[in-house]
Design a protein around this ligand. Structure first.
Ligand SMILES: Nc1ncnc2c1ncn2[C@@H]1O[C@H](COP(=O)(O)OP(=O)(O)O)[C@@H](O)[C@H]1O
Ligand SMILES: [Mg+2]
Length: 321
């Protein structure tokens, strides 16, 4: 439904289903005036809340280090997910983001994991997260995006992210929280990469429904392969629910050529997922762990490192998809 600020006449397109009461206060994103919005049919009666609304037109927004007029992009949004922990999701999100940046792409990385590992690896602590984005009454997502020293942007995570699912799981459309917030910043980036937690369907579902593609990292070992199956099943559900195409690709991580089990599982993955498996494989490489100790992406830590270069090649493969 369209509502108009009665102070400056800016028009907004508001999702009527998101209004928790028949009458709510809305704050105009432009002039900050607070006015009353009434919905035509009363549907729910949950507490108060100021509704943060998005302008009908894509109005210029401020993102640290980006010219407000430079908004002619249409970010490809990629979730990094696997139900299993320790499969290199966070390592992949970081090294892929950095490599895309080196390939002259403008990249935003979102740490959507309550453990905030990615935020830590990038050297940030106690930064504001998507939790604060959702609960802020008068600032948009752009104000929480940090320009890092690696020519890459970050929306950090913190421990409050754990409360996000508890607070919003009952919301109608809870699975679209992230998708809706990303709309205003997508025109400013080439790629948005979302790192997700190993468990908690709330977070993974939000990430998948915001994405054009899922990247499912897996080492060649049995239980991680089961994690791939789980996500692929979830993707099939999401495909039915959402109106955009959600593709998926699988990068093999921590590969060990000399390990028999690794080679057997690699064959199984290729047989089952065919073209969904990336050509580039990431080998097990101690430089990954060394680089994480000093909070530096691997290719910056050692530009000759095998895994660092393989992530760079993976980024090229993604650009050419
Ligand atoms: N290619 C690799 N070679 C060696 N160790 C790796 C590699 N990729 C990831 N690791 C290590 O594996 C562990 C799990 O990686 P992480 O990215 O945190 O996984 P997840 O986010 O899936 O839990 C980390 O200690 C990381 O340093
Ligand atoms: Mg992780």
């Amino acid at each position: 439904m369209i509502v108009t600020c009665n102070n400056c006449n800016t028009r907004y397109n508001i999702n009527e289903n998101a209004l928790k009461k028949a009458e709510v206060s809305a704050r105009c994103a432009k002039c900050k005036h607070v006015f009353t919005v009434r919905k035509s049919i009363e549907k729910t009666s949950v507490e108060n809340a100021v509704v943060e609304s998005q302008p009908v037109k894509n109005e210029p927004i401020n993102i640290d280090g980006i010219n407000v007029t430079d908004s002619n992009k249409n970010a490809k949004i990629i979730s990094i997910c696997n139900q299993k922990g320790g499969v290199a999701k966070t390592t992949t999100a970081l090294n892929l983001g950095v490599s895309l940046g080196l390939l002259k792409k403008r990249v935003l990385i979102i740490d959507f994991d309550i453990q905030a590992n990615l935020t830590l690896l990038m050297g940030y602590k106690d930064a504001k997260s998507f939790f604060e984005v959702i609960h802020s009454k008068d600032s948009g997502i752009s104000e929480y995006i940090i320009k890092t020293k690696l020519n890459m942007w970050l929306l950090p995570s913190n421990s409050k992210m754990a409360l996000l699912s508890k607070t919003h799981i009952q919301d109608e459309d809870f699975e679209y929280l992230l998708r809706d917030k990303l709309k205003s910043v997508a025109p400013y980036f080439d790629y948005i990469i979302i790192d997700t937690p190993p468990s908690g369907d709330f977070y993974t579902l939000n990430a998948l429904l915001a994405s054009d593609m899922a990247i499912i990292p897996t080492p060649c070992e049995y239980l991680s392969m089961q994690g791939v199956n789980h996500i692929v099943n979830m993707i099939n559900v999401v495909r039915e629910k959402s109106d955009h195409v959600l593709d998926y690709k699988i990068p093999i991580t921590m590969f060990e050529q000399d390990n028999t089990a690794s080679r057997v599982i690699l064959k199984k993955l290729k047989d089952e997922y065919n073209d969904h498996v990336f050509t580039t494989m990431i080998e097990k490489d101690s430089k990954i762990q060394e680089s994480q100790i000093v909070h530096t992406p691997t290719i910056y830590y050692d530009k000759e490192s095998r895994a660092g270069r393989q992530y760079y090649n993976l980024a090229k493969e993604i650009i050419n998809l």
